[in-house]
Write a protein that binds this ligand. Structure first.
Ligand code: ADP
Length: 481
């Protein structure tokens, strides 16, 4: 256990280093509760971490799969074994409910174990040359030093699903976690260190995006960048990586549609939307933010979801009966409340969405539903990233599909319908990376690709065996037989 004045340090070149500055990690459920002080780094730490990673790369690239399997499997096993302890830390620093936080920790453990196995399954491709007497084969090699930049909303799962494939395929890593949630990233660093990750293979550098993140993205010795966060930051990173001809993978925002057809099963639709729109305080890039509802079911749907939404218990993430935890911080809460104000002008009716003042100081907001909205309104164009959803009324399937696709984003899209025709056509025609039929737009598996189209994502997919595309480069070799 740390003394309250101790600083959780960076892991650079196999050493725990405190650096010069620190930042305070505050519990959003109760701002009197300080989770800890974490290093807040500058350019020197970035320099040390990148050069340590570069130095470690040749040996790690040559180490072979057994060593990588053993490391990733051990980390995964310990994440699963200590899921309650790490889940409590996650709930405390990010504010999602304890069951959600434990679930996310389990997910991180599963991801490490999946990629432990993938380290053993790196395949190539041998083909006959079109020129007789020549052998051709295609092999995969690690990319090199990879910078990973992660957001606060999945503070243990997102670092896991970037670190694990990066290491499995023989790369070295510098991780820059979000300023608001360094604790979970620190846990992963501790476990990698404890289970024998060679010095420099994995580095943790905590600090501000505009300082540490920016320096990593433009560092001449970084070969690739994987980023999850806002569309604005993602665009900047894409521009820099394009100029430097650096491999880049971006996961950004969403404005995910959920279509409710007249023939939907009402309880299924209501549960899918409650979960997709409001759980995890709506702080998921896959959240259902536009509920596109056909006229015949509209009133019954709105009546049922409003009732259930109003009954959701908002409270301290650590309390057993809480269903919706706090918003992550004051800045996000202010932004959410500005959108609620905007909705009063743009929607015909606003239900909920107000700030809540509980007995303890925290960033609490009631879930909000904005009725009678037009898809052209700002509340339907911009990602809110809070516990708020809009309702757009439509007459038929074609209108629903057109509105679902009328967005700059394309991450996840859902439909609730009992019609095979509607479900099949929606699957075929919706412009999204992930499609959900009678399921919430949020909530995915870890062994299949995750990612979107249009403004939501850029570069190869994350997760599952498709992750190999980003974390390796191919080499084609010709040899005279
Ligand atoms: P959010 O608004 O949700 O915090 P950001 O895109 O700002 O989303 O943050 C996601 C991650 O990107 C965080 O780790 C953050 O520190 C980092 N980041 C922010 N600005 C930059 C930048 N200019 N360059 C690189 N990383 C950045």
């Amino acid at each position: 256990m740390k003394d309250t004045n101790d600083i959780y340090g960076n892991l650079i070149g196999g050493e725990w280093l405190q650096g010069n500055g620190s930042s305070i990690n505050v519990n959003p459920s109760d701002t009197r509760d300080i989770v800890g002080l974490f290093a807040c780094s500058g350019l020197d730490e970035v320099e040390q971490a990148v050069s340590g990673a570069r130095a470690a790369f040749p040996a790690w690239a040559a180490a072979g799969p057994q060593m990588r399997y053993d490391l990733l499997d051990a980390v995964g096993t310990e994440l699963l074994a200590r899921k309650e302890e790490f889940g409590r830390l996650l709930a405390r620093e990010e504010g999602k409910t304890l069951p959600e936080a434990i679930g996310e920790t389990v997910r991180a453990g599963q991801v490490f174990k999946f990629f432990a196995g993938e380290a053993l399954r790196v395949t190539g491709d041998t083909q006959q040359s079109v020129r007789p007497g020549i052998d051709v084969d295609v092999t995969r090699e690690p990319v090199g030093v990879i910078a990973l930049i992660t957001p606060w909303n999945f503070p243990i799962a997102i670092p896991a699903w970037k670190i694990a494939p990066a290491l499995a395929y023989g790369n070295c890593v510098v991780l820059k976690p979000a300023e608001l949630t360094p604790g979970c990233a620190h846990v992963i660093a501790q476990l990698l260190h404890k289970h024998g990750c060679p010095p420099g293979v994995f580095n943790l550098v905590m600090g501000q995006g505009s300082v540490v993140g920016d320096a990593l993205v433009s560092h001449p010795d970084v070969d690739a960048v994987s980023f999850t966060g806002s569309a604005a930051t993602g665009s900047r990173i894409a521009a820099t990586c394009g100029t430097l001809r650096r491999k880049v993978q971006l996961e950004m925002g969403g404005k995910n549609p959920m279509v409710i057809m007249n023939d939907a099963d009402l309880p299924t639709a209501v549960q899918a939307c409650l979960s997709g729109s409001f759980f995890s305080t709506g702080q998921r890039c896959t959240a259902s933010s536009r509920l596109i509802v056909q006229s015949g079911i509209h009133d019954a749907f709105v009546e049922a979801i409003s009732r259930e939404m109003r009954a959701l218990r908002v409270g301290d993430a650590m309390q057993a009966d809480t269903q919706i935890g706090p918003v992550v911080d004051q800045r996000q809460l202010d932004s959410n409340l500005r959108y609620v104000e905007l909705a009063r002008a743009e929607a015909s009716e606003v239900i909920g969405g107000e700030q809540l003042h509980l007995d303890q100081p925290g960033f609490y907001q009631a879930p909000g539903l904005f009725l009678g909205t037009s898809n052209n309104a700002r509340i339907n164009r911009e990602e809110i990233f809070g516990p708020c959803a809009t309702v757009i009324r439509v007459d038929d399937f074609d209108e629903a599909l057109a509105i679902a696709n009328d967005t700059e984003f394309g991450l996840s899209a859902g439909i609730c319908s009992t019609s095979l025709k509607h479900a099949s056509e929606f699957r075929r025609k919706v412009e999204a990376g992930m499609v959900m039929v009678n399921l919430p737009t949020a909530g995915v598996d870890y062994h299949v690709p995750f990612g979107g189209r249009k403004g939501s994502s850029f570069g190869p997919r994350e997760q599952g065996r498709y992750a190999v595309e980003f974390y390796t480069v191919t080499k084609t070799t010709y040899q005279l037989a």
